[in-house]
Design a protein around this ligand. Structure first.
Ligand code: NAP
Length: 277
């Protein structure tokens, strides 16, 4: 039997934590497999797809800047990835490359594991940010959350474009609408890059949210973003973004190696140890 091989491609790729995640699962499950980070420049992407079709790999992950470019190269892309507008996982079968997106499952898996009652009953939600990650979160909330979703973004036009593209009870807002919406919100999701590199929200008054609200941030560097720290200080429930990264990796591993892996506290601790605090 040949070793089953998987990869993550990006440019650059050195920062990726995916090899540690999948390497941990390969070892835990005693599998004869490998998972490597491969730097593929945009111009080399078509050539890399030839290697895939030739059967060198069972599949792999795709990260920046290739998540949109691979659409044109895949033999098939599922509806979910089309709706989200990005492919982050490739599966090769019989010389054909299939593209999907597991970020939305990562988002749901993280909340299900760390705030199990989060989707009980209709719950109006607020997504901050309207980039690629916001799309995956909006699709996830559409599938699992009965309430309205308000998308707040620095550039109103980007929020409007997002809610126009995905069908559902969604509305677009500028940040100035936070105070008006906050008292009716059960879930706040930050998908913007605010929280990274010392940045913080200066307009978000947590005291306006109901005491039962859940606040989650998909930014995980730092693990406790200023948003989460402030939510905790106001006695609100919080879930950090590291679990999304771990849970989005599950479906790919299962497809390539044939075993559904488990997100354990040990895995989380291992990845957490690699984050800058
Ligand atoms: P993106 O497509 O570049 O979108 C960035 C978003 O942040 C846009 O809505 C942008 O607003 C907003 N933004 C950027 N700088 C801002 C500022 N100074 N003030 C206000 N808004 C600002 O990025 P993305 O792919 O969606 O990723 C967003 C974040 O999610 C990143 O930090 C990424 O690492 C994280 N992420 C985490 C996971 C996970 O597994 N936990 C998965 C995916 C992404 P405009 O529209 O106004 O530019």
């Amino acid at each position: 039997m040949l070793t089953t091989k998987a990869f993550v491609i990006g440019h650059p790729i050195a920062h990726s934590r995916s090899p540690l995640i999948h390497g941990t699962w390969l070892a835990e499950n005693g599998l004869d497999g490998s998972y490597e980070a491969i730097d593929v420049a945009p111009a080399d992407l078509p050539g890399f797809f030839e290697r895939l079709r030739a059967g060198e790999f069972a599949g792999g992950n795709v990260t920046i800047p290739h998540k949109e470019a691979v659409f044109a190269l895949c033999d098939s892309v599922d509806e979910l990835a089309r709706m989200i507008g990005a492919v982050n996982t490739l599966v090769v079968k019989n010389g054909k490359v299939h593209g999907t997106n597991t970020d939305y499952l990562g988002f749901l898996g993280n909340l299900d594991a760390n705030a199990p009652t989060w989707s009980d009953g209709p719950n109006d939600a607020m997504i901050i940010g309207a980039g690629g990650a916001a799309r995956a979160v909006l699709v996830a909330l559409r599938r699992r959350n009965g309430g309205k979703v308000h998308v707040l973004n620095r550039t109103l036009g980007n929020a409007q474009a997002l809610v126009d593209e995905i069908d559902g009870p969604f509305s677009a807002h500028g940040f100035e609408d936070f105070a008006k919406l906050a008292p009716h919100i059960g879930l706040v999701v930050n998908t913007s890059s605010i929280g990274m590199n010392g940045t913080r929200f200066d307009w978000l008054d947590m005291s306006l949210l109901p005491k039962t609200a859940l606040v989650t941030d998909i930014v995980y560097t730092p693990l406790e973003t200023p948003l989460l720290a402030e939510a905790k200080a106001h006695g609100l429930r919080t879930v950090d973004g590291l679990g999304m990264l771990l849970h989005q990796a599950v479906p790919g591993f299962a497809a390539w190696f044939g075993v559904t892996p488990v997100v354990t506290p040990q895995l989380r601790a291992r990845i957490e140890a690699t984050l800058d605090h």
